[in-house]
Design a protein around this ligand. Sequence first.
Ligand code: TNX
Length: 434
Amino acid sequence: MIPAPSRLDLRDEPGYLVDGEVQVHGQPSAATGEHYRIRVRAHGIEVDAGPAGWPRARAVIAQLVALTGPTIPALDITDQPRYRWRGLMIDIARHYFGPEILREVIDLAASYGLNVLHLHLTDDQGWRLQVPGRPELTDHSGPHDASGGAGGYLSTADYTGLVRYAGERGIAVIGEIDLPGHSNAALHAVPELNPDGRSADAYAGTDVGFSTLESSLPATGPFVADVLGELARLGGAEFVHIGADEVQRLPAGDYLDFVAHLEQVVADAGKRTVAWQEAAAGLCRPDSLVQFWDCRLDPGPVIDAAGRGLQVILSPAPHTYLDMKTDPGCRLGQDWAGFVDLRASYDWDPEQTVPGLPPSAIAGVEAALWTETIRTRDDLFDMLLPRLAAIAEVAWTSQQQRSWEQFAARVQVHRQWWRERGYLPDASGGTLTA
Ligand code: TNX
């Protein structure tokens, strides 16, 4: 047993994570990937990792120190993730959450080995990313939210600051500008995007599907190129998310043509496209990704897209939608996909989620926290925990190595850690012990 350090500085360079009595040494190996090995011995902690494995090893050591108390048992851990896409989506459009809270979210996601933070930046209720050259977007559609309260937006400096902060923790930021639907904030801010040339009213509410851009209007092409181009320029990942969900106001053919156009704009900006499931039949490039979410829809187009070489991210709502209530008494959330309790978020197999989808087409798993009913920082963490830990384990660990009973027992230990880190109020264990 080795005395735990009194101080653990996770910002240090790989190789020396801690000072004091426990040292970490080892060099990044030449192999690619996120694998790592940790050996805790009397003389210190040895880490060996692939180039992307260091943040994972650091997070595990931090967990060990936090959870095992004043001594760390001698042990060996060798691990690598099941899936290469392990994401969390946060909707900052319905209710705005700024850089400070998002950094806390990044820290939490990093603790559980996630590697993608997907930010849903625009929707009917608000536009949350500064776009230089188009100040009207944030001037007119930044200042309010889905409940008529004050909104906010990320400046380009805020955004690139988050990209950097996340990157230091092994997390890529994927921005989403939801097009052509979920676009009332744009239609409100930019009159020329409306067929009658008049600004749409601002929208505070939670309906979906009522707004769309029209590709036939002269202002639409330049608008799309500007906003997607800016997102691509801000960097953070090789991907840009174009949304493309729930468009009820366009004929199917026009919608799919619009998707193909958006995908081309993203490619012209040097990035790969991610789009929600509805867009599957419109995506033409095999390097694009489809994000599955709605188990009620025909999965045929998603399976066909996989047949064309596209990879699929799995966000099945009955398992990964953290805006769903956990039970009828849950004070926050919706229930259109049923109740998503801890077991529902843990006890599922990505390979069984879309019947007919080959396992080789699965890029990974992403949890989603939509914020129609989530207004405060405490609401946010109350819905994230403990279910995010469950989804992280689904994304990280092979099916055979997972056990609901063992996980449920381990989560109890983590609750105290979350309280100590301020994610949960002292008396709370998250949504499930309300
Ligand atoms: C569906 S999932 C939506 C969102 C809502 C969410 C609420 C998806 C791509 N679209 O616009 O916020 O349900 O659960």
